[in-house]
Design a protein around this ligand. Structure first.
Ligand code: NAP
Ligand code: ZN
Ligand code: ZN
Length: 349
């Protein structure tokens, strides 16, 4: 077994604290990655505090993992020692179901193995995530990272990046669309970068008027302050597409009023409680709502390659692991610009 240092929650009420644990030895198809940085996703908070239910403890969160390969198994042919490598939200899946075969492993019929708070495919061995010094993963679930981009800022692409990329691509967003990214946090700021890179007229819908300058810098043409009824009214019936990244319960009907006839609102934000949807919000205008979950390995690699070609990374605030509880509190106050990235090299040292 391989000894690893990490930060774990021992229960839903406990703050994260240092924890030592073990990972499996490097198998024939595995790579061992020394983790350099791990992004901090709001899903880490939801799960560490058991807001979605079913959390398992101890929990080592973290699914925006980047680092370098330090060992490979005898059959590994996609990576060599010294390569940059990334791991996102899952580390395995059944590989044979209809969705795995369609490169949609996130929807594996038998259940993907979440990078943490889940199980390996044996359904008994718990998985532990990237707030840690090292990880062992089958090469099939490991991503290649662009060489030229700063690693700390690449980490959030593994979840925040692919989670916003995938629906924008699936719904063919681009030139000629008026798009609203709802919530300017970790996911939202990547959504703005991608939607504007794809040529859409991109707006930010925010509860934080102070983020307007950043929204413009990230590629938005303007912001709509969602708490300001007059500002919302100005944009009524004008959006082709809205992508919601809101992490807490909210009035979805207010946003549906912003869509044009035949407009679509997709949510990736996953608040802990159901929303109160008035069906007239959809009926009046033949509108649709949808959801989206991260993305498959193939699509994640396409997104990373695109980011390499276009110089797209996340805006990060690098923190040492011991600042993680403080980072959670700041995220809950929407005070993140725009992703915390934990420096794990300092922990390993
Ligand atoms: P984050 O960095 O904390 O950003 C969330 C943003 O939502 C905040 O910065 C804030 O933006 C806005 N917001 C927060 N509370 C709000 C409220 N009550 N009403 C309106 N807006 C509010 O979180 P994140 O990491 O981007 O994650 C966002 C959500 O996506 C979480 O629920 C997370 O679990 C989920 N998620 C889903 C997937 C998926 O595959 N579907 C993947 C990753 C994460 P403003 O200050 O601009 O208002
Ligand atoms: Zn995430
Ligand atoms: Zn499957």
């Amino acid at each position: 077994m391989i000894a690893v240092e990490g930060y774990a929650a021992q229960s839903a009420k406990a703050p994260l604290a240092p924890w030592s644990f073990e990972r499996r030895d490097v198998g024939p198809k595995d790579v061992l990655i020394d983790i350099a940085f791990c992004g901090v996703c709001h899903s880490d908070i939801h799960q560490a505090r058991d807001e979605w239910g079913g959390s398992r403890f101890p929990m080592v969160p973290g699914h925006e993992i980047v680092g370098h390969v330090t060992a490979i198994g005898s059959q590994v042919d996609q990576f060599k020692v010294g390569d940059r490598a990334g791991v996102g939200c899952f580390v395995d899946s059944c590989r044979v179901c209809v969705n795995c075969k369609a490169d949609l492993e996130q929807f594996c019929v038998k259940g993907m193995s979440g990078t943490y708070n889940g199980f390996e495919q044996d359904k008994v061995t718990p998985t532990f995530g990237g707030y840690s010094t090292r990880i062992v993963v089958d090469q099939k679930y490991v991503l290649h990272l662009p060489e030229q981009l700063e690693l700390a800022a690449v980490a959030p692409l593994l979840c925040a990046g692919i989670t916003t990329w995938s629906p924008l691509r699936h719904w063919n967003i681009g030139k000629g669309h008026k798009v609203g990214i709802v919530g300017l946090g970790g996911l939202g700021h990547m959504g703005v970068k991608f939607a504007s890179a794809f040529g859409a007229e991109t707006w930010v819908l925010t509860t934080s008027p102070g983020k307007a300058d950043d929204a413009a810098r990230l590629g938005a043409v303007g912001v709509v302050v969602s708490k300001d009824a007059a500002d919302m009214e100005k944009h009524a019936g004008s959006f082709d597409f809205l992508l919601s990244t809101i992490s807490a319960p909210y009035d979805i009907n207010a946003y549906l009023g912003l869509l044009k006839v035949d407009g679509t609102m997709v949510t990736v934000g996953a608040p802990e409680r159901p929303l109160d949807l008035h069906l007239f919000s959809l009926i009046m205008g033949r509108k649709s709502i949808g959801g989206s979950l991260i993305g498959g390995i193939k699509e994640t690699q396409e997104m990373l390659d695109y980011c390499g070609e276009h110089g797209i990374v996340s805006d990060v605030e690098v923190i040492p692991a011991e600042k993680i509880n403080e980072a959670y509190e700041r995220m809950l106050k929407s005070d993140v610009r725009y992703r915390f990235s934990i420096d794990l090299k300092s922990m390993a040292a």
